[in-house]
Design a binder for this molecule. Structure first.
Ligand code: ZN
Length: 169
């Protein structure tokens, strides 16, 4: 394996334990609820969800589960409960969803990533990763994209890392 790639993998392993390096600026995702499918989005104004609960209360178990899951990467206060929201039931649901991350599929995000020396922008769209770092231009992956892939787990599709990282049998 190329030494540049080895160094990216080593850095990524360390970064993956430090999710506070990441700030999610925008995010959109698909959420499989118990009975229906919903679309969620995050931007600088906060979260929106297409479910009826969000329409009524401005907060729903879908958003609550994601706020918990992505907390260190959000850098914002959790959204407040609605005045007539059934908090007990919604917290229950959010806890269950939190443990069922295969319900959530990220479509797009844009994130700031604080690297060792400078800040980078990592983007993801329909399975396509991008990063403005020199390593990404050269190798097609970077410590930043690999670390975010680990942090986001089942919520994203893995990037194509070439044969260098996935040795054949
Ligand atoms: Zn919702």
């Amino acid at each position: 394996m190329e030494s540049g790639m080895i160094s990216q993998l080593q850095k990524a392993k360390r970064y993956a334990e430090e999710p506070e390096r990441v700030t999610l600026e925008t995010l959109s995702l698909h959420f499989q609820g118990d009975n229906n499918e919903y679309d969620l989005a995050l931007d600088r104004d906060g979260w929106v969800c297409s479910c009826p609960g969000f329409g009524m209360h401005g907060l729903c178990p879908h958003i609550m589960s994601l706020e918990r899951l992505l907390r260190p990467m959000l850098k914002r206060q959790p959204m407040p409960y609605g005045p007539h929201q059934n908090v007990v039931s919604d917290v229950d649901k959010a806890n269950r969803y939190y443990a069922e991350q295969d319900r959530m599929k990220i479509r797009q995000f844009r994130a700031k990533f604080l690297g060792s020396n400078s800040e980078h922008i990592v983007t993801y769209e329909e399975g396509r990763w991008d990063c403005d770092s020199f390593s990404f231009t050269r190798l097609g992956v970077s410590s930043h994209t690999i670390a975010m892939e680990r942090m986001l787990g089942e919520l994203v599709k893995p990037q194509n890392r070439g044969e260098a990282v996935e040795p054949e049998d």
